[in-house]
Design a protein around this ligand. Structure first.
Ligand code: SF4
Length: 284
């Protein structure tokens, strides 16, 4: 793994494309992701972003934006005014192209320092998106932030299997992620489980009942088709993910499978689908 410390010039990126209905700004403390070689990295849509990878292998590099908190504090006022001028709530998505609680965070704590900076000048809303239960290391700061801002903790849990045959292990165990959701929900913080990308489920009824028990307020179901930034999932079809899904459950690499699972999930919890779900729109 190539780790490089960098000084960034900007840290709040104005949302465009897929993120536009979700937030006004994304915030990425790292470039690259230390989970890139785990199961979620296989179909990760960021790996196709050549502007960001600059030819480097996904999962093989992380640029650490060591000055991210200082740059946040320097630029947040102007970005807040930019959102206000457009009559939009200032809404930050942390993170869209990396995981804020990836392994290197334990060493650098850029995300932790960013949370402190965010608390000093908070947005109207803050979505925290991760694949890792390590988010619990920052439980108290997040709980404090939730008093000043509309905070939503979103944990990616692709389904009720740790991984799929032929794919590498997951970034974090399924049970640890469920327990993390429980911890935040029980503290009164809004939580959402993101089945992103949706894996074929072993026992859908049992799984959604378990998710409901964690206290999450909703589920996002995000099939790679309509979820990977192309209309037909063509990016993901270039990866081993669809074949691994089909090997377990024929038909699961299709939207018909997603729709079948949405019907089951709605018996237990409000469900949002792909982009509209990430934007906080759910239906029972
Ligand atoms: S944790 Fe997120 S950003 Fe990192 S490899 Fe997995 S899906 Fe991609």
């Amino acid at each position: 793994m190539q780790i490089v410390e960098i000084n960034c010039k900007t840290i709040l990126t104005r949302a465009s494309g897929y993120l536009k209905p979700v937030c006004t700004h994304s915030l990425n403390p790292y470039t690259g992701c230390g989970f890139g070689r785990s199961s979620c990295g296989v179909g990760c849509y960021v790996r196709f972003n050549q502007w960001l990878t600059r030819g480097r292998m996904w999962g093989g590099f992380v640029d650490v934006k060591i000055n991210a908190p200082e740059i946040y504090l320097k630029t947040v006022g102007a970005e807040k005014r930019w959102a206000e001028k457009r009559n939009q709530l200032f809404a930050i998505f942390l993170s869209s192209s990396t995981d804020p609680w990836q392994p290197i965070e334990k060493k650098y704590r850029v995300t932790r320092r960013l949370l402190e900076a965010i608390a000093a000048n908070p947005p109207d809303s803050l979505i925290l998106q991760t694949h890792s239960a390590t988010i619990c290391d920052d439980f108290s700061s997040i709980a404090r932030l939730a008093e000043a801002s509309d905070v939503r903790v979103q944990i990616s849990i692709e389904g009720d299997r740790e991984t799929l045959p032929g794919l590498p292990p997951p970034p974090c165990s399924l049970e640890d992620r469920l327990v993390a959701l429980e911890k935040f929900s029980h503290a009164g913080i809004s939580t959402v489980a993101c089945l992103s990308p949706l894996y074929p489920l072993k026992a859908p009824e049992k799984f959604f009942a378990r998710l409901a028990q964690t206290g999450v307020s909703a589920i996002v179901i995000d099939h790679f088709i309509e979820g990977d930034g192309t209309p037909d999932g063509s990016r993901t079809f270039k990866t081993p993910l669809p074949a691994a899904m089909e090997a377990i459950e024929p038909g699961s690499a299709s939207l018909a499978y997603r729709d079948k699972i949405v019907d089951v999930a709605r018996k237990y919890l409000p469900v949002g689908i792909s982009q509209t779900g990430f934007a906080g729109n759910y239906a029972s």
